[in-house]
Write a new protein. Structure first.
Length: 193
């Protein structure tokens, strides 16, 4: 798919009066012309997501047999807090590792890390519900959320079984270093249980 076609998708509402950003008409036109949407490059996917074309992305994911950029779409969905798009990918059972362009492991724990770093508890919850390991890498996600000062994510991870005592109570020490009194208070109450 060319960059021009992606730009056409994102701007269709400007010159096709019946087209709405959340509509499917343009996708259907392109699909009927048998355009191959499976070869979209990462920057094109990012462009569509940034332009609010979640519906088009969802259709591409659900209708294209070999959608090759599930990992990029997943990564951007995690960073942009796009629960709807991430759910679509997971519901279509894409194997993120098979379709990965990244050198690193791209399992669901990797995406949990991205969401924890960006303070998206709802995305973290989705990943945990779908099999991410809250205790992976010695409670790394709890330490990351603590380091970034993301109390909502910390609460979720603790409720899901993260260990507050990991690495000599590193999460608590990180919050104290950041002078986050609200979180230190929360940790202290949680610790005393």
């Amino acid at each position: 798919m060319s960059s021009e076609a992606v730009k056409l998708f994102s701007n269709a509402h400007k010159f096709i009066p019946s087209y709405k950003k959340a509509g499917f008409e343009l996708y259907k036109i392109v699909a009927n012309k048998r355009a191959d949407l499976s070869h979209m490059i990462s920057s094109q996917i990012e462009f569509l997501i940034n332009e609010g074309q979640t519906e088009l992305e969802k259709l591409s994911i659900s209708k294209v047999k070999n959608f090759k950029r599930a990992d990029t779409t997943f990564k951007n969905g995690a960073v942009e807090n796009n629960l709807e798009l991430l759910t679509c990918i997971l519901d279509n059972r894409f194997d993120i590792e098979i379709y990965s362009d990244y050198e690193t492991d791209c399992d669901i724990n990797y995406f949990l890390e991205l969401a924890s770093d960006c303070e998206h508890p709802n995305i973290d919850k989705l990943f945990l519900d779908r099999g991410a390991d809250v205790r992976a890498d010695e409670d790394y996600f709890l330490r990351l959320a603590s380091q970034e000062g993301h109390l909502g994510v910390v609460r979720l991870l603790l409720k899901r079984g993260a260990d507050i005592h990991t690495k000599n109570e590193a999460p608590l020490r990180l919050f104290k270093r950041m002078k986050r009194d609200d979180t230190v208070e929360y940790f202290t109450k949680y610790h005393s249980r």
